[in-house]
Design a binder for this molecule. Structure first.
Ligand code: PHE
Length: 488
């Protein structure tokens, strides 16, 4: 824990309940690059840790991505697959990553190297993933910003129009502008180290988002045809099951819980030895999955109310939230709908910001670790790099529309590459590394530092056998499926 600090962790301010705790005095937001000095500071109390990790986990993945995947991959069957994977693979990986982080006191890029020299490459693989995600995550953040701005300026009715979304994303300047604005806001927050303020605010705004989502869901459920949507969303139809459902759910799990990309390792490195890893993981998982399920319950039935749940609407992918919700807001009239829309997109924007901050901090810590730069320089390089790398995704619906593989836009490709290819590979290798290289005991001992590890046997079997074999099988079947050799 005394080594040079080179990594992120946003939002580890002390919860008021812990203010008297002597550790509260030392707890501060540890920025990338060791601004907090040589000593690695830590989260104050378990609540501080859980809230910070949840701040990273809850974001566009829950509100934007989960609902459109659930709609696309058959509704209830996707939900069932997701929940099964969350309590098995998700639980095991999150436990493992946090324990690796706490044991080594290092961010991913150094943690694997510290545990085994030959496995340093896994840290590098984990590092590549957030570098791919941050740019396209910011493109979606820009879309949310555009909708917020549209409602704020009183044009909410236009946002409910059928072609509003498609013409916005097709317009090169608009999508570039909002993407650049989003990245710039994240950059400024990170550069001036004001994450703490953002995280403090998000402690109020996150519950507000949950309440608003519950309110909109209840309202939508009173509208005609919405129950058809609820049925589609909650009742599994096994005929709709495909390998795509499993791969989609697996990638979503990693994405939503910020797994298989080193982020939880870094968060773990700031966790105190006396805090319990196992129960923290249960809390983060319940929180993250609960918000995703709720967001889906709001958006999928809305698609049934306004378009009869047509296959084109359900299968449309990234646009679903942006197309379905404005139509719900519009039923409140110009003033009510305008306020509701502005409020909703402001809250989503905030959730997106907290996640993007944690992504950018990760990338900065990688740049510092690899190139031994000052934090300021690393911030600048990350900012410019993110802007450049995001341009193709931002233009992929307009100027670069022709660049597509199997109907996937550039943004879809980035998303697929990170979530459905690289993350499963990183997760597979992490399991092999723990189960067969450093051995499960190294991890379970860390978890048992402060009490019993209730699910230890389950963890061991999962890490050694079920997870690696399962992930390898899912990946292989998907490759064969895509290649057309074998259809499931
Ligand atoms: N988990 C975040 C979300 O669901 C995305 C994210 C991924 C954030 C990786 C940080 C790191 O929106």
């Amino acid at each position: 824990m005394e080594e040079k600090d080179t990594s992120l962790a946003t939002g580890c301010e002390s919860p008021t309940a812990d203010a008297s705790n002597e550790a509260a005095q030392s707890a501060q937001t540890p920025n990338a690059g060791g601004e907090v000095g040589k000593k690695r500071s830590s989260f104050t109390g378990k609540i501080g840790f859980v809230l910070a990790a949840a701040g990273s986990a809850v974001g566009l993945g829950n509100i934007w991505r989960f609902p459109y995947l659930a709609a696309k991959y058959g509704g209830g069957i996707f939900i069932l697959t997701y929940i099964i994977l969350a309590v098995t693979f998700g639980f095991v990986l999150m436990i493992a990553e946090i324990a690796i982080g706490r044991k080594t006191g290092a961010s991913a890029i150094n943690a694997f190297k510290k545990l085994h020299k030959k496995w340093a490459f896994l840290g590098i693989l984990c590092a590549v993933i957030p570098i791919i995600i941050l740019p396209y995550y910011s493109v979606i953040g820009g879309w949310v910003g555009k909708y917020f701005f549209t409602y704020l300026t009183g044009s909410g009715a236009a946002a409910a129009g059928d072609t509003f979304f498609s013409s916005f994303i097709a317009s090169p300047w608009q999508s570039l502008l909002f993407f650049a604005l989003f990245v710039t806001v994240v950059f400024v927050i990170v550069l001036f180290g004001v994450e703490k303020g953002v995280e403090k605010t998000s402690k109020f705004l996150m519950p507000a988002l949950v309440l608003l989502t519950i309110g909109v869901t209840i309202y939508t459920l009173t509208m005609p045809n919405s129950l058809e949507g609820v049925k589609y969303y909650l009742l599994p139809d096994f005929k709709k099951f495909s390998i795509g459902t499993v791969l989609g759910a697996l990638g979503q799990l990693f994405y939503s819980m910020s797994l298989a990309m080193g982020i939880m390792i870094t968060y773990g490195s700031y966790m105190k030895k006396e805090n319990k890893i196992e129960s923290s993981v249960h809390q983060i998982e319940v929180f993250d999955t609960g918000i995703a399920l709720l967001a889906g319950l709001m958006i999928v039935p809305a698609a049934f109310v306004f378009s009869d749940g047509s296959p084109e609407t359900l299968g449309q992918g990234p646009g679903l939230m942006f197309v379905a919700l404005p139509k719900v807001f519009q039923t409140f009239g110009p003033v009510g709908g305008g306020i509701l829309g502005a409020l909703f997109f402001a809250l989503v924007l905030f959730a997106a910001l907290t996640s993007a901050i944690s992504l950018m901090e990760t990338v900065i810590s990688i740049v510092i670790d690899k190139f031994r730069l000052s934090r300021r320089k690393a911030c600048l390089i990350t900012y410019i790099g993110t802007l450049l790398l995001g341009i193709p995704s931002a233009l992929g619906f307009g100027a670069f529309k022709k660049v597509s593989i199997g109907g996937m836009t550039i943004l879809d490709m980035m998303d697929f590459l990170s979530n459905s290819v690289l993350m499963p590979i990183a997760a597979f290798l992490t399991c092999v590394f723990i189960g067969y290289v450093i051995q499960c005991k190294t991890i379970t001992d860390e978890i048992e530092l402060n009490g019993k590890f209730a699910m230890k046997k389950f963890f061991n079997v999962m890490v050694k056998y079920v997870c690696p074999i399962g992930i390898a099988a899912i990946l292989l079947t998907s490759i064969l499926d895509v290649a057309g050799v074998f259809k499931l």
